[in-house]
Design a binder for this molecule. Sequence first.
Ligand SMILES: Nc1nc2c(ncn2[C@@H]2O[C@H](COP(=O)(O)OP(=O)(O)O)[C@@H](O)[C@H]2O)c(=O)[nH]1
Ligand SMILES: [Mg+2]
Length: 256
Amino acid sequence: MGQASSRLSPATKVAGDPMGEPGPIRLSVIIAVYSETDSLVETIRRVEAADEGFLHEIILTISPRSSEECLQLCERLDAENPRLRSHIQQRTPGVGWAQREAMELATGTHVIGLLSADLETEPEAIPRMVRKLRETGCDAVTGNRWLPGGGFVGYDRLKLVLNWIFQKSFSLLYSTRIGDLSYGYKLLSKEICESIEWEGTLHEIFIETTVKPLKAGYHFEQVPTVWTARSVGTSKNTFWRNFRYVSMALRVWWRG
Ligand SMILES: Nc1nc2c(ncn2[C@@H]2O[C@H](COP(=O)(O)OP(=O)(O)O)[C@@H](O)[C@H]2O)c(=O)[nH]1
Ligand SMILES: [Mg+2]
C-alpha cells in the first residue's frame, strides 16, 4: 500500500494462533487517536483483556496534529507491543482519512473500525460482534446503542432525540433492521474494506461504513453496545457536521 505506511512496524509483528492453526477470524482493531493518552492506554488494555483468541493486530491511526505527549506515547506503545502498529495519517484533516488509511493497512480477515481512543466506544463489544459473526456467517456487525442492553451515558438530550428521529427515518428509507446507522463502531470483513470506494474524509465515514455495504447487499448484523461520553479532551466533531452524515446517507441511497 503506497502512501499510508510511514511509521508501520514490520509485517512480522503478527500474533500466532494459540492452537497452532490459523483461526478463521483474525481481527485488525483500528483505534483513531487525536491527542488521547491515558484513555488510549486504557482502551488498548481493555481490547486485549476482551480478546478470546481473535485479536490479530491493533492499528493506531494517529492525527499528525496530536500533542507531542501523545505522539511519543504511541511510539513507545508501538515499540513495546508486538501486536500493535502505529500509523501517522498521511492525508488530513479528518478521521475519515485516518480510518481509510488504516483499513488499507489492515492484514486481518476482519476489521474493527472504528474504536475511539476516548473510551466512548466499548471494547467489550468486540467479542459480542465476533460471536454474532460466527453465529450468522454475516459480513459485518455494527454496534447498536438503541438495542436492549445498549445505551448512552452522558449524551446530550437534544442530540439523543435527534439521533432517534434520524435512526428511525433512515432505517425506513433503507428498509433495514439495522437501527444505529450513524454509529462508527463496527466489524467489517476485509472484503468490504477493499471492495467499496470510500469517500468520507471527516466523521461522515461513520455512516458511510454502514450504508454503503448495506446498499451493496452485504449481510449486516447488530449487537447492543453502550456509548459513554469522554471524560478528558473534546470531540473533534461539531453539531453542523451532522449534516454531512445526512448528506452522505441521502447520496448513497439515491445513487444506489
Ligand atoms: N487520526 C485521527 N483521529 C481523529 C480525528 N478526529 C477525531 N479523531 C479520533 O476519532 C475518535 C472519535 O472522534 P471524536 O472527535 O471524539 O468524535 P465523536 O466521538 O464523534 O464526537 C476519537 O478517538 C478522536 O481522537 C482525526 O482527524 N484524525
Ligand atoms: Mg468521541
